[in-house]
Design a protein around this ligand. Structure first.
Ligand SMILES: Nc1ncnc2c1ncn2[C@@H]1O[C@H](COP(=O)(O)OP(=O)(O)O)[C@@H](O)[C@H]1O
Ligand SMILES: [Mg+2]
Length: 299
């Protein structure tokens, strides 16, 4: 068949299936969620975003935390640094979405869903990865977002106090008693996702603010999390240690990954050992997410 005819044929097929011919695959959606404030969702979202940008991918970000807007503030600090210091930095296409203020619950939910799907639809057609930063509380918007996750990343502070966001554990025996309401919500959204498009959600739990000071706590947490992973259906990723570098660059809108790149480019401040170790942790997280291989989009 001549090439022109072949192209025609592909386009007719595409018209039948409703998919544009040879369009790049829609973006892979990473949701960062956990029904607890301060577990490291926004920190993780920002570091994942910058890591993917620096690998050459186009990234879209959605901030769903209308109480804090942490990711939005982090990125606007980044934009200010770019302008003030004339520093070229890769930026994601960013949206923030507050819940509907409609009084009627059904109408509010309908509006939330429609707005979210409009933003996500636009982003998945334009970028390689979408990173969604959720609020630390249950909300309709967060549930809808979870149902669209290809990968769900849940950071948990490395303390037994915070473990109950995943499951309730017997204090004496360390046995798992029952999944948490959050784990049940993830289960519901896995079903919603499968029903909508037959897809599945790869759920990854990562420990955050790991301390070298309390080796016993670290080991015991590790053992309980291994048990939970099997019972509840998630994978464990190596986490982030407690490091000042994960928070000290917020006001400049930077991460240690930017510091490395800038120092190579213009002989700026040299990265310290803690930067190297932190960068390694971000890379290890990206590796363990096992994101599908894709060629970066060109604009
Ligand atoms: N690994 C870490 N090391 C040091 N500080 C951290 C780390 N992870 C988070 N933080 C700090 O903890 C606080 C809460 O983190 P944040 O990412 O805003 O959590 P969330 O979005 O889940 O509410 C912030 O001040 C953040 O800078
Ligand atoms: Mg946050």
């Amino acid at each position: 068949m001549p090439v022109a005819d072949l192209a025609q044929d592909v386009n007719t097929q595409a018209a039948k299936t409703g998919a544009p011919a040879a369009a790049p695959a829609p973006a892979h959606v990473i949701v960062v969620g956990c029904e607890k404030g301060g577990s490291g969702k926004s920190t993780t979202s920002m570091h994942l975003t910058v890591a993917l940008l620096r690998l050459g991918y186009k990234v879209g970000t959605i901030d769903l935390d209308a109480r804090q807007w942490t990711l939005t503030r982090y990125l606007s600090n980044r934009a200010a640094t770019m302008q003030r210091d004339r520093m070229p930095l890769p930026m994601p296409r960013h949206f923030f979405l507050a819940p509907s203020d409609k009084v009627n619950r059904n109408e509010a939910q309908e509006e939330d869903r429609a707005r979210f799907e409009a933003i996500l639809g636009r982003l998945t057609a334009e970028v390689d990865y979408v990173v969604i930063d959720c609020a630390g509380t249950d909300s309709f918007l967060a549930r809808v977002a979870h149902s669209y996750a290809d990968t769900l990343v849940t950071p948990v502070n490395d303390s037994f106090v915070d473990l109950d966001v995943v499951a309730h554990v017997d204090g004496r025996t360390g046995e798992v008693q029952r999944p948490s309401v959050y784990a049940e919500m993830v289960w519901e959204q896995r079903k919603a996702r499968a029903k909508r498009d037959g897809g599945s959600i790869d759920w990854i739990v990562m420990r955050n603010r790991l301390s070298n000071l309390d080796a016993n706590n670290k080991r015991e947490m590790g053992e309980v999390l291994e048990k939970l992973a099997r019972r509840i259906g998630f994978r464990l990723a190596p986490g982030f240690s407690e490091r000042v570098i994960f928070r000290e660059l917020f006001l400049q809108g930077l991460t240690m990954l930017d510091v490395f790149d800038q120092s190579h480019r213009d002989g700026g401040a040299k990265p310290r050992m803690s930067h190297v170790a932190a960068r390694q942790e971000v890379r290890a997280l990206i590796n363990s997410l096992q994101l599908p291989e894709r060629a970066p989009r060109r604009s």
